[in-house]
Design a binder for this molecule. Sequence first.
Ligand SMILES: *[C@@H]1O[C@H](CO)[C@@H](O)[C@H](O)[C@H]1NC(C)=O
Ligand SMILES: *[C@@H]1O[C@H](CO)[C@@H](O)[C@H](O)[C@H]1NC(C)=O
Length: 193
Amino acid sequence: CLLLLFDILSYLIVFTLLFFLFKVDGIVLNTGRDVTLNLLESKSNCISILTGPISYRYRVSQLKIHFGTLDSSGSEHTISGQYFTAEVHILAYNSDLYNNFTHAIHSPHGLATVAIFATIGDKPNNEFEVLSKEFQNILFKGQERNISEILLADLLPQTERYMTYEGSLTQPGCQETVTWILLNKPLYVTKEQ
Ligand SMILES: *[C@@H]1O[C@H](CO)[C@@H](O)[C@H](O)[C@H]1NC(C)=O
Ligand SMILES: *[C@@H]1O[C@H](CO)[C@@H](O)[C@H](O)[C@H]1NC(C)=O
């Protein structure tokens, strides 16, 4: 598994640099609440997260994109009362303690989620473009499409700063098992995207 580190010092190590070349395959699904990218389970499709606040390795399993219908209200979190256009969540499960995502979701220290806020800017984001093109093919709840070679690194803003807290998922179920990592810089996408 490719190890992704958020610490400033470890940012320099090889594994994290490799992440910027690492592409993943998955299936995008319209869940009715959000667009979910489920990563295919395979050795070559594996990214783990290790950060300051987390003492376990977490394996990336899903990516969820929450949109608002208005450009100003897509995100689930607010910062200083401000909503963002969209919020991207990278969900990872504790692979040191659990065999799979389903097991981890109901278990202590089961999940870690990296939250990235998206806001309107001038330049398009390449990977967001690849994903948003697929959205036109999954307009209805339950529709899905295979998608390949997504460069997850391109969806992360360049920052080593984040906030972290222990909490629950924003989805129904809301298990108290999630370590949240909120990145302090937004991802810029265009209005069309
Ligand atoms: C997930 O892990 C649990 C516990 O090890 C196991 O019982 C279950 O069958 C696994 N589920 C899948 C989908 O592999
Ligand atoms: C996705 O690819 C798999 C094979 O890897 C195939 O079985 C499946 O039907 C495909 N799904 C869609 C929605 O195209």
